[in-house]
Unconditional design. Sequence first.
Length: 97
Amino acid sequence: MSVIVDFSIFPMDKGVSLSPYVARAVKIVKACGLPYRFGPMGTSIEGEWDEVMAVVNQCFQELQTDCGRILINLKADYRKGPGGRMQGKIESVESKL
């Protein structure tokens, strides 16, 4: 079983240029060892529920150190069965284009 989580996290009290804060979260995602895909509006991670949510929580804990207000948008797609769905979903659509 696996879950694909697509999320974005950023502070709402740090002005208009938020890339330094987003980069801090993306570094955590990159270091987690799970398959991920970074995009312009969010990051997708695939793995077991507890491990994926632990990464999201680590990102929150990191920003909480110096941010007074944090927005998290999160979508999750859980499915029983093997992992590797994130790339497979993309390939399935691209094969039909």
